[in-house]
Structure formats: structure tokens, C-alpha cells
Design a protein around this ligand. Structure first.
Ligand SMILES: Cc1cc2nc3c(=O)[nH]c(=O)nc-3n(C[C@H](O)[C@H](O)[C@H](O)COP(=O)(O)OP(=O)(O)OC[C@H]3O[C@@H](n4cnc5c(N)ncnc54)[C@H](O)[C@@H]3O)c2cc1C
Length: 288
């Protein structure tokens, strides 16, 4: 199918883009890997499309000791190649196919807020944030929204009409930490039936000091569970894994759909949580 008619805009700089977004009832076009299918299937029918691909200064991938800032136009493939954050790399391998990652942006995936998408879970488990810009009286208004407030529901983020997400910040892993992303999809590159990413931090005795997971496909937004206490301060090998997987299952509320039953997703999320946490703990214990 073809998209319904819309007026296409291609602003040349951020000011022009923010002026346009303030004036028209429009959708931002970044990589187009989610928006174009939605238009073609007529699930969205914006009167205006604001293509931000020509805006300068939004393609940066800046890594520092605190974490990584990813600009709105940094493509998923570029971020994966940059190798700037282990969990981003582990997640991006599971996102769609190479041609989609060549166009699709990391920030676009966050704003799109698909509950089965990997990158929102990464932002959520790390406690990252998204920077949003809009036209404000006398200039540009900017706000930084933390991950736990950014994902509002299925395909619903805190980015309001008139706002452009300019970057996302992914905090670095603490010392002696490891991460992992495990999921089950019917075919490689499909959206996952369920997935879990994990971050484990060990203390000096290599006992678990902190353990967090974020689950995808089992709730309207990424579901974060802190399982540090259930793991207890002990070596990963002696963690009570049954209690941990039970705690993760209690945190999620999967639903039936045409791809899988809620019961199957609930089963998967426990299995994947144990797998991801064990893998993350092993990486945390490995010498750098
Ligand atoms: C066949 C296929 C398989 C896929 N599989 C997966 C998968 O397994 N996992 C996964 O996570 N994703 C998957 N995707 C989606 C893909 O990762 C998209 O690239 C991503 O969801 C959106 O990024 P984009 O840059 O293409 O955004 P677009 O499609 O351009 O935009 C998506 C939405 O976000 C808004 N938006 C985008 N950027 C901004 C911004 N800077 N400011 C404000 N609003 C913005 C748009 O207005 C739109 O509403 C798949 C896509 C396809 C076509």
C-alpha cells in the first residue's frame, strides 16, 4: 500500500526543524524504518512529515567515562561499529537486519517505544535518558527525560508533538560489571517474543553486588527488575536461580497475541533472565 498524502518538509538546521515542528501537526522522519511501514500500512496518517536527516550536528557518538551520548541521526549500524558500550553492542546484534540497521537510528527506536524493541530495554536497565528540544519563547527549550519516565506505553514515549529528540545518554557500566542480552525470536532479526538484558556488578570478592534486568515483549514498556537482593552477596555459581527467575516473572505481565501465549512468554522470560544474568556475571568476573 502507499502512504496517505502528506506534506514533506526537509529543514536544513535545528532551528528550522523546531520552527516547523512547532507550526505543523507533523511526524519526525529519522531512519524511516518504523515510520514508513506505519504510513504504508495506513496505521499513521500525519498531515506533515518533517525529515530531519539533513540536520547537521546530530550524528555524533561520544563516549566518555560517564557513558555514551548518541546523536539523533547516529545509525544503529554506526553505533554498533563504534564499539562504545558493551550492552549496546550486544543489543544491536539482535535488532532487525543489517539493511535496517544501516538506516534506523538508535534514538528513533527509543522514541518509537515498541515494547518488543531491544534499545528501550537497554536505556531502561542502564538508567539512561533522552534529551528533547522544542521551540520555546525566545529560543530553544531543552529537557532531559530519564528512562523510567520516557517510556509511557506501547508505541508511546514522553516526546510530545513539537519536540525533537536530539540525543540519548547511555551510562557506562560500573567497574567489575558485565552485561548480556538474551532473547527468543521466531527468526533472527524479527522482533523478539521475549527478551531480557542484564547488568551484573561484582564486589572485590567476586560476589554479586548488584543485578538488574530489563525485559522486552512482556509488558507495555520495558520492565526493569532489580534482583540484587534475591541474588544475595554470593558468587554467581551459588545464586538461588529459581528464586531469581521467579522474582523476574512476578514483575512482568505478558499478554497473549498471535505470536505466542502469555504463559509461554512468562516461561521464556524466566529462562532468559537466568541465562542473561549468568552470562553478565561471567563477563563481570573475566579479567578486563
Ligand atoms: C522488518 C523490520 C524488522 C525490525 N526488527 C526490529 C527488531 O527486531 N528490534 C527493534 O528494536 N526494531 C526493529 N525494527 C525497527 C527499527 O529498529 C527502526 O529503525 C526503529 O524502530 C526506528 O528508528 P528509525 O530511525 O527508523 O525511526 P523512524 O521510523 O524514522 O521513526 C519512528 C518513530 O519515532 C519518531 N522519531 C524518530 N526519531 C525521532 C526524533 N529524533 N525525535 C522525535 N521523534 C522521532 C518518528 O516520528 C516515528 O514516530 C524493525 C524494522 C523493520 C522494518
Amino acid at each position: 500500500m502507499k502512504p496517505p498524502p502528506f506534506t514533506y518538509h526537509a529543514p536544513r538546521d535545528l532551528d528550522e526543524a523546531l520552527d516547523l515542528l512547532a507550526e505543523v501537526d507533523g511526524k519526525v522522519l529519522a531512519g524511516g524504518q518504523s515510520l514508513i511501514p506505519l504510513l504504508n500500512m495506513r496505521l499513521a496518517a500525519p498531515a506533515h512529515v518533517v525529515d530531519v536527516n539533513r540536520l547537521p550536528g546530530l550524528s555524533g557518538i561520544e563516549a566518555g567515562p560517564e557513558g555514551v551520548t548518541v546523536g539523533a541521526l547516529a545509525r544503529q549500524a554506526e553505533v554498533a561499529r563504534a564499539g562504545v558500550h558493551p550492552l549496546l553492542g550486544q543489543a544491536l546484534r539482535l535488532v532487525a537486519h543489517p539493511v535496517i540497521r544501516n538506516r534506523g537510528t538508535v534514538v528513533g527506536s527509543l522514541v518509537h517505544a515498541d515494547p518488543a524493541a531491544e534499545l528501550p530495554a537497554v536505556l531502561a536497565v542502564l538508567g539512561g535518558s533522552v534529551r528533547l528540544a522544542r521551540r520555546a519563547p525566545g529560543g530553544t527549550g531543552v529537557r532531559q527525560v530519564a528512562a523510567d519516565a520516557f517510556f509511557a506505553g506501547p508505541l508511546e514515549s514522553a516526546a510530545e508533538p513539537g519536540e525533537l529528540a536530539v540525543s540519548a545518554f547511555f551510562p557506562a557500566l560500573p567497574p567489575r560489571s558485565g552485561s548480556a542480552f538474551e532473547e527468543v525470536a521466531r527468526r533472527h532479526g524479527d522482533y523478539a517474543l521475549a527478551g531480557v538484558c542484564a547488568v551484573v556488578t561484582l564486589d572485590e570478592d567476586l560476589h554479586v553486588a548488584a543485578a538488574r534486568v530489563a525485559c522486552v515483549g512482556v509488558g507495555p514498556v520495558p520492565v526493569v527488575a532489580d534482583v540484587s537482593e534475591v541474588c544475595g552477596r554470593r558468587p554467581a555459581a551459588t545464586v538461588p536461580w529459581e528464586a531469581v527467575t521467579e522474582a523476574v516473572r512476578r514483575a512482568v505481565e505478558p499478554e497473549d497475541d498471535i505470536h505466542a501465549s502469555a504463559a509461554y512468554r512468562l516461561h521464556l522470560v524466566g529462562v532468559l533472565a537466568e541465562r542473561a544474568l549468568r552470562e553478565a556475571a561471567a563477563r563481570a568476573a573475566a579479567p578486563p
